[in-house]
Design a protein. Sequence first.
Length: 211
Amino acid sequence: MLTKNQQTVFNWLNDKLQLPVFAETYKGALDLLDRKSSGYITFVSHAGRDLMNRLAATVKGIESQQDQQRNRLDELQNYWKNEWGTERINKVGDSGNGHLIPYRVCEQIKNLIDAHKAGRLRASDRDNLFFTTFLDYADKERIPRNFVKEWKGARTWFQAHAHLRKPDFRQNVSSEVAMHFRNLDNFLYVAASSEFERIRGIHEILEETNE
């Protein structure tokens, strides 16, 4: 059962933004947090990460860096020849001088590397995108630092727990996932609210984080 505020967020995602996949993901994460079923920390972290990384970008029509890299690699694959690989060199006993790779292929490789570097440099812009898109902060320099700190903290935590890596048996991990999703939920509710409620919500979050 969703609370009144959570229903507001669900309706905003599903009806206003017309993004039912995000709405259902949000609702599913809340259900898992409530039931604490097996593996829920991983699933909730995955949902939280995707909501933070992709919601604002989807609304803005920004393709993810991963999708961009996949498209570039698909394009590069069309031109790549197996004889340029190291396996071919080893089999024929090449002297080590290598192969001449066409300029257009070298250019595609360079573009792929440049895009990867640019994606890392845009990490801060990605964090600011939610606030500039949904919370009326047209100037990213005016976003309260504690907002960005809280946002980054939640995103970093979700990313660290969204995949099956080294098991985490810390006793407080359950409370941590609940805390970080609650912080995300607060930002989503403010974004989903009317202008008056949004302003009031921003002030309330500021007061809480400054205590």
